[in-house]
Design a protein around this ligand. Structure first.
Ligand code: NAP
Length: 304
């Protein structure tokens, strides 16, 4: 078998095309959807992610406000900035690129973001809403994976989905979303404490790798005909590469593609979806803001 390659780039463009008229509608009402993007330090991978996000916002005719802060920024300074952005009515979303330098608590920073502006979906309120199935911002990468599965019409109901990784930003939310009634997968989560990983992955109808270990998933770990979604993005050093490294997923792509029914490439699979879902969340945040403003303008307190 040779797998169908899931074209995340094409599907992400579709999502972005759906976002565009929503942003235009807001602009017509005098609201330019705006994301504040905060990067602390100079991690090259983080820098390339925030640059890609800002480029995508500009292409969708949305605004971004960039904050490039030195690695020496204190937690207090970062929290002060977040409080200022929380209060700024022209900013609809706030993104703090992770990871943060070790002297700053990610938990405190994420929790400081106004949940109304939490377009990454990492705030405990957003996580709670997701788990309870209430409206709220879904985390971009897990949401993007669900959209890929839906677009390819990969059957999820009753399927056994195995998620490799239990991080707060990918593995855990993804596993949760896969159990929603409208997805209806049966989910197993694996991590470093899992015994006999291959025995579990071989049972997967849908295998999702989010571990951050290049090539960890080899062909012998995959069931014939499975759908394999590779979230991993790993820089593999190679002096012969133009940039000095290659981007590789968590899956041994060539070999697994021979066995799977569907596979996402790296790059060009999940990555573009993450950005598209972020744009969707930003426009949604701005729409909610517009709605609340309209409600206040028409309410009894303000109308007399
Ligand atoms: P993370 O926080 O480092 O979590 C990695 C998870 O994988 C942990 O739960 C860890 O288990 C598990 N793990 C590591 N090695 C394992 C092994 N040998 N066997 C079984 N489980 C193993 O990483 P993350 O933030 O979730 O990111 C995962 C990958 O996705 C990274 O490559 C990252 O760059 C990529 N990523 C891509 C996107 C995108 O848009 N494409 C977005 C986010 C992340 P323990 O919990 O036991 O340590």
């Amino acid at each position: 078998m040779s797998a169908i390659i899931i074209d995340g780039k094409a599907i992400s463009l579709k999502v972005r095309e759906e976002v565009r008229p929503r942003a235009a509608g807001l602009r017509a009402r005098g609201i330019i959807p705006c994301l504040a993007v905060i990067l602390v330090g100079e991690d090259p991978a983080s820098l390339s992610y925030v640059t890609a996000k800002e480029k995508a916002l500009a292409e969708a005719e949305m605004a971004s406000r960039d904050f490039r802060l030195p690695a020496s920024t204190t937690e207090k300074e970062l929290l002060t900035l977040i409080n200022r952005l929380n209060a700024d009515v022209n900013v609809h979303g706030i993104l703090v690129q992770l990871p943060l330098p070790a002297h700053i608590s990610e938990e405190r920073v994420i929790t400081a973001i106004d949940p109304q502006k939490d377009v990454d979906g990492f705030h405990p309120v957003s996580v709670g809403n997701m788990v309870l199935g209430r409206p709220g911002f879904l985390p971009c990468t897990p949401h993007g994976v669900l959209v890929l599965l839906r677009e390819l019409k990969i059957p999820t109901a009753g399927a056994h989905a195995v998620v490799l990784g239990r991080s707060n930003i990918v593995g855990k939310p993804l596993a949760n979303l896969l159990t929603r009634r409208d997805v209806n997968a049966t989910v197993t989560i694996c991590h470093t404490g899992t015994k006999d990983l291959s025995a579990i992955t071989r049972q997967a109808d849908i295998l999702i790798a989010a571990v951050g270990r290049a090539g960890l998933v080899t062909a012998d770990m995959v069931k014939e005909g499975a759908a394999v979604i590779d979230v991993g993005v790993n820089r593999v050093t190679d002096p012969s590469a133009k940039k000095g490294y290659w981007l590789r997923g968590d899956v041994d792509y060539e070999a697994v593609a021979e066995k799977a029914a569907y596979i996402t490439p790296v790059p060009g699979g999940v990555g573009p979806m993450t950005i598209a879902m972020l744009l969707q969340n930003v426009v949604e945040a701005a729409e909610r803001f517009a709605e609340s403003r309209g409600r206040f303008a028409g309410s009894a307190e303000f109308s007399c």
